[in-house]
Design a protein around this ligand. Structure first.
Ligand code: MG
Length: 267
């Protein structure tokens, strides 16, 4: 190596050292433009051996090292938090049934329907940074929404996973209850009908809206960021929409196609 190359290498190293502190001083807004987090919608289930809202779908999301894996939860009559998307499975209405009945339900991949504690156990024991995004489903009454929110949060606390979990809901009753229970909890409302400022005033940490809500109100992304709130969009699977939302500046994309989304973000 001649002396000119050595000198140039030292100069490059010196400039790099100067650049590192300035990168760390990037504002949250600037940093957002560097990375978009991927959340697997109902876990990573469009892959062999998996099924929506199953243990395997969480494990597959963890294996991809995604930002998050989303699940849907219902409270049974005996106070157990079950994991399933619809209010009903094989004719069993989850919130009107006991956990004994719900636990016997078999998913398409052969697993029994999981409980929230079983998935929290996976978050606690598997080496992964993937967060569990818990959607508290709207139950039959506001009281039931709040009871489901209380039960889910109590379980998260029991496992000491407050930092590994975030919450979402279409129920404002559930969202507000979660914030009241833990002001530091990351809670985002799903229904797409409220401007960020209104939710910020309620203590919500983010907004999580359907892609069409952001097409109608693209200004809500900047408004949320200006308030220090994060922005998540659901459920974005096709290439054009994924690119559209990346350009719009969302922080997280909830998708049934995490591998495709990752490829597009990398590009
Ligand atoms: Mg959901």
């Amino acid at each position: 190596m001649n002396s000119t190359i050595v000198r140039k290498s030292w100069t490059a190293a010196f400039l790099l050292l100067l650049a590192i502190p300035s990168f760390s001083k990037l504002s949250a807004q600037e940093r957002r433009t560097h990375e978009v987090g991927i959340i697997a919608h109902r876990g990573y289930w469009r892959t062999a051996g998996s099924s929506q809202n199953s243990r395997v779908s969480l494990q597959k999301a963890q294996d991809l090292d995604l930002f998050g894996s989303e699940i849907d939860v219902w409270l049974t009559t005996d106070g157990v938090v079950m994991v399933n998307h619809d209010n009903k499975y094989d004719g069993v209405v989850l919130e009107k049934s006991t956990s004994d009945v719900c636990r016997q339900l078999v998913l398409s991949n052969g697993e029994f329907m999981p409980t929230l504690p079983e998935l929290l156990e996976l978050i606690a024991t598997r080496p992964s940074g993937t967060k569990l995004i818990i959607e508290v489903k709207p139950h039959s009454t506001p009281e039931r929404d709040r009871a489901a929110a209380d039960s889910a949060m109590a379980l998260v606390r029991r496992y000491g996973l407050e930092r590994e979990v975030e919450y979402i809901s279409f129920s404002l009753h559930a969202c507000n209850r979660l914030v009241q229970n833990d002001a530091k909890a990351k809670v985002a409302y799903l229904n797409g009908d409220k401007a960020p400022a209104e939710l910020h005033a309620l203590g919500h940490a983010g907004i999580d809206y359907h892609v069409n809500a952001f097409r109608k109100h693209p200004e809500w992304v900047a408004e949320a960021h200006a308030l220090g709130m994060y922005v998540n969009v659901w459920t974005v699977d096709d290439e054009a929409s994924i690119q559209e939302m990346i350009r719009l500046g969302v922080d997280y994309i909830t998708t049934n196609e995490p591998v495709r989304t990752r490829r597009l973000i990398a590009r």
